[in-house]
Design a protein around this ligand. Structure first.
Ligand code: SF4
Length: 564
């Protein structure tokens, strides 16, 4: 295939002389959006300069040979706040800085000398050995911390630079990595958590995820993108990987002539200016998914906007071009062939798509999905889960995009014992809708962008709602963000809570949330409406959510569900 190689960025170069530029394209005089495909290679902002000065992947050598030996103070600032992300490392927030100072302090004033480390888990696939390794690393090097993220990863905190090489060694020994877990790169590839086992599966996308990982993750072909690039691949009819809000997504469909394959979506993303992905109307067979993925990410690399960081996601290019032009460029310039037209996915049969509960697999065994609260677990707990999975299953587990986990391959006779073991660890297999449907981002405990606390707020909200509304039994999503970003997908939740400072009872500024209501994913996705003027303090949150849900129960029409 004809993906266009990235220009060499190892050394600063004049605008007109990149070593490997997209061929035969007219250079326009105006630098416009800084698109490489238009011949504009001179960095237009500090982030682009940083990437041109040195590839983010190169920082690993400096970590191993210099920083881990000489300590935090030896780390170059461009590496510290930039390139270390290419290896899944961010400095975490210094404890004790309140949310009111987030926007006014300089980055170095917010930096702690400890790191968040993101372990990438493509497809959410884990073995018990891998889960044990994460548990061990958590306990040995991360003060026991471990959070399940809503992109199927695990995040550790309190990591010291001195320990990073040892952590990599332990993780890589079992086939895990932190490569390109953050940064302007292809992030973790989301996959159906029940790929290969679900009885209702249309197609198993695992071979495509493996091939993308093998060929492209850690490759300098795609290590300098305009910004992050998110991928989702699922052959589940439940549409279980939030494909609507990924830069590229492959969604399982059955072509009337060619059988099972994937419907291609591009240009989804949340944060500021949220947009749902659009269908290109193209059907992609499994074996061609890596090639088409490489074509789409190459368009992003070459045509993506690099002038303004807040316009540098693929969604802006897709919005400007439209689906028809995007497909044309993909076919003409990158694939050098036409794609087949194909059908759209069908509406999923159920609202819950997290695979929580006990479900029969296609081989007659069962998978068992369970819910911690808002993804918060710890290293010791993960080690116990690994022991349970080893004793009751085949040693395979999965993470989900809802901060949940699944044990696969459980014989019918073992199900009750596994469920009892998980419940004894407070990991619910039949959780309340509140525990099942509530997610929270990292928040002020560790995140430098945060304004409010989220994890503990989410935990206590779940407990309060379970106590106050024990009879409530509707699919419901409550997503809690610690700032205006979108890490917990607040725009697509039934009740989305965007962290900010609000005015308290006595006129003082306190932690609280702007409320968004009515978001949804699926084939009829919608962004939640920002309820003008509706802001609640963190302390008022349980009262507010209880009122909304009680009003729904009192006023609902027959058959009406809270979730759209
Ligand atoms: Fe941090 Fe904001 Fe993302 Fe939460 S939503 S993890 S506070 S950047």
């Amino acid at each position: 295939m004809a993906t266009t190689p990235a220009p060499d960025r190892a050394a600063p170069q004049p605008d007109a002389a990149p070593e490997r530029r997209p061929a035969a394209r007219k250079v326009t005089r105006h630098r416009g959006e800084g698109q490489w495909a238009r011949g504009h290679f001179t960095p237009l902002n500090a982030n682009e300069q940083l990437k041109k000065d040195d590839d983010g992947l190169n920082v690993r050598t400096r970590i191993e040979t210099i920083y881990a030996h000489r300590g935090f103070d030896s780390i170059d600032s461009a590496d510290l706040r930039g390139r270390m992300r290419w290896w899944g490392l961010y400095t975490q927030r210094r404890p004790g800085i309140d949310g009111g100072k987030t926007a006014v302090l300089e980055p170095h004033e917010l930096d702690d000398e400890y790191f968040m480390m993101r372990v990438r888990i493509d497809g959410g696939r884990l073995t018990t050995d891998q889960l044990r390794a994460i548990g061990e690393v958590s306990q040995a090097y991360a003060r026991g911390t471990a959070d399940l993220t809503d992109r199927q990863n695990v995040q550790l905190h309190w990591v010291r630079i001195e320990d990073v090489p040892a952590i990599w060694e332990r993780l890589e020994a079992v086939g895990l990595s932190t490569t390109e877990a953050c940064g302007d790169v292809p992030r973790v590839v989301l996959g159906s958590p029940v790929a290969g086992v679900a009885a209702d599966e249309i197609i198993d996308g695992t071979p495509a995820i493996d091939e993308i990982h093998r060929r492209f993750i850690g490759s300098k072909e795609f290590s300098n993108l305009p910004r992050k690039f998110k991928t989702a691949i699922s052959g589940s009819p439940l549409l279980d990987v939030v494909h609507e809000i990924n830069d590229v997504a492959f969604v399982g469909v059955v072509h009337p002539e060619h059988g099972p394959g994937f419907d291609l979506w591009v240009g989804g993303g949340l944060s500021t200016n949220p947009r749902f992905g659009v269908r290109l109307g193209a059907w992609v067979p499994l074996k061609e998914v890596p090639e088409v993925w490489a074509g789409v990410i190459s368009i992003f690399r070459d045509y993506g906007y690099r002038r303004l960081r807040n316009r540098a996601r693929l969604k802006f290019l897709v919005a400007d071009w439209g689906a028809e032009k995007f497909r044309q460029v993909l076919e003409d310039e990158y694939l050098k062939r036409s794609l087949l037209d194909g059908p759209a996915p069908e509406q999923p049969a159920q609202r819950w798509r997290d695979h929580v509960g006990v479900h029969r697999q296609k081989d007659g065994n069962f998978y068992v999905g369970f819910a911690p609260r808002v993804g918060r677990v710890d290293g010791a707990l993960l080690s116990k889960v690994a022991d349970l999975a080893a004793a009751h299953g085949s040693g395979r587990l999965r993470t989900t995009v809802e901060q949940k986990m699944i044990v696969l391959d459980v014989a019918e006779a073992q199900v009750d014992s596994l469920v009892a073991g998980l419940e004894a660890l407070d990991l619910r297999v039949s959780p309340s809708p509140f525990r099942r449907g509530t997610m929270a981002c990292t928040g002020i405990e560790f995140c430098k962008l945060a304004i409010v606390e989220t994890k503990e707020r989410g935990r206590s909200l779940i407990d309060e709602l379970e106590h106050r509304l024990p009879e409530f039994d509707e699919p419901l999503t409550i997503n809690i963000n610690g700032c205006p970003n979108a890490c917990a997908r607040i725009q697509t939740a039934d009740i989305g809570l965007k962290g900010q400072l609000v005015t308290g009872e006595n006129g003082e500024q306190v932690e609280g949330f702007q409320v968004h209501l009515g978001g949804a994913l699926g084939l009829e996705p919608s962004f939640g409406r920002k309820v003008r003027g509706l802001k609640v303090t963190s302390a008022e949150l349980p009262d507010y959510v209880e009122r909304v849900l009680r009003r729904f129960q009192a006023e609902r029409t027959e058959g009406e569900r809270f979730a759209q």
